[in-house]
Design a protein around this ligand. Structure first.
Ligand SMILES: Cc1ncc(COP(=O)(O)O)c(C=O)c1O
Length: 401
């Protein structure tokens, strides 16, 4: 087993050396070995990929679709994405020049960040939010200017945005995520219109990660900011959450042609293109027949959300009312103050229930924990019993671990 030469360690990439790896994965791994633990940690649907989508992948293999495809994504899929965005959001994107199919939304986020910003730039990030944005910005030497939204019901307000823009007139971009991971909050259309009209006069790119757009619970319809400021928005979405296709690794970017062309260069340099087989599956998932799949998932998630939310509330925990995604963001009991890492560790070791410490999601996340309810109802009910026992017994004391 070769050991890296010590002189090479001295010349390692300093930015990578100081980049925080995924705090979510790290904590999940830390607690995974606890015997019998019920993990409500990862944002990974436990549902199977719909049958008609799987058949499309199988058909693609049998059809020998085994050659390099078009760099920005197979045209059939780009057409399906374009039609889907028109059908769902009244958005108009040319499949030939305004869409890139990426390796999950993760690559879409990375491609956008690398393509749009230079080291030393500032990018505004309302928090709590998906931690990957911070790590990628850090890796590429870009400064995240965070806006803590916790005191504003976990939503970015026009006032907070104005304040930040005044203090950071050089900021080159903003990264929005809604429905939000970890809070489950969704921005109402009125607020999106207000934020959009404010951003319309700013010289900055708006990256909008809308990967949970299909998972909404209160008969709300998602309203993309691309509808308000299409000339400034880079829209990110994907199939991982809507169609339980995390392992297929399909996401996409949509935006104005001039910037999509540049981002296609980055994308092609990084990955050439995405696997044909998963693109065939995604084409089927985004066809009108696939519209029913997220609806079926929402029914299942709604029941789980209610059981978990009601259960935690009965135990005296304050749950941030979610509108979308499949997470519950929960305040930890007051006596633990903001020490969410300690509380999450306690819950893992003493109650054998895994969750993610809220501080992993940036300012405003401290003092919270995130539960994912992309888990079976049986596991959720078992977890609730364990948390109840823990809170009724030892959990009321500040214990040593
Ligand atoms: C907000 C958000 N964006 C992007 C992703 C990554 O999605 P993908 O699996 O398609 O790369 C996740 C995954 O948890 C997420 O929560």
């Amino acid at each position: 087993m070769p050991q890296l030469a010590t002189d090479l360690i001295e010349i390692e990439n300093q930015r990578l050396a100081t980049t925080t790896p995924s705090a979510i994965r790290k904590f999940d791994q830390e607690i995974s070995d606890i015997p019998g633990i019920i993990k409500l940690t990862l944002g990974e649907p436990d549902l199977n990929t719909p049958e008609h989508v799987k058949q499309a992948a199988i058909h693609s293999i049998e059809n020998n679709e085994s050659h390099y495809g078009r760099q920005a994504g197979n045209l059939q899929l780009c057409k399906a994405i374009s039609a889907y965005l028109k059908r769902k959001q009244e958005l108009v994107y040319n499949p030939n020049s305004e869409i890139i199919v990426t390796v999950g939304a993760t690559e879409a986020i990375a491609t956008a960040i690398i393509s749009l910003f230079n080291p030393g730039d500032e990018v505004i990030v309302p928090t709590p939010t998906f931690a990957l944005y911070f790590s990628l910005l850090q890796l590429f030497g870009i400064t995240a200017v965070t806006i803590n939204t916790a005191d504003d019901d976990y939503l970015l307000t026009p006032e907070a945005l104005k304040r930040t823009l005044r203090r950071h007139p050089q900021a080159k971009g903003i990264i929005l995520n809604y429905p939000n991971n970890p809070t489950g909050r969704e921005y109402p259309p009125k607020l999106i219109k207000q934020l959009g009209s404010l951003l319309a006069s700013q010289q900055l790119y708006v990256i909008s990660d809308e990967i949970y757009s299909e998972l909404l619970y209160k008969a709300q319809k998602h309203y993309s900011i691309a509808r308000v400021i299409p000339k400034r928005t880079i829209l990110i979405n994907g199939l991982s959450k809507s169609h339980a296709m995390t392992g297929y690794r399909i996401g996409y970017l949509a935006g104005p042609q001039a910037i999509i062309k540049k981002m296609t260069t980055t994308h092609a340099l990084l990955v050439t293109t995405v696997a044909n087989t998963t693109q065939a599956a995604a084409t089927e998932a985004l066809s009108p027949a696939g519209d029913l799949d997220p609806q079926a998932a929402v029914k299942i998630y709604t029941e789980r959300q209610q059981v978990l939310s009601d259960g935690l509330t009965k135990l005296g925990l304050k749950v941030i009312p979610p509108e979308g995604a499949f997470y519950l963001f929960v305040k930890i009991p007051e006596k633990y103050q903001t020490d969410d890492k300690y509380f999450a560790k306690l819950l893992a070791t003493k109650a054998r229930v895994g969750c993610i410490p809220g501080s992993a999601f940036g300012p405003g996340g401290e003092g919270h924990i995130r539960f994912s309810y992309a888990a079976s109802l049986t596991d959720i009910e078992k977890a609730l019993n364990r948390i109840a026992q823990f809170l009724n017994n030892g959990g009321t004391k500040h214990e040593r671990l």
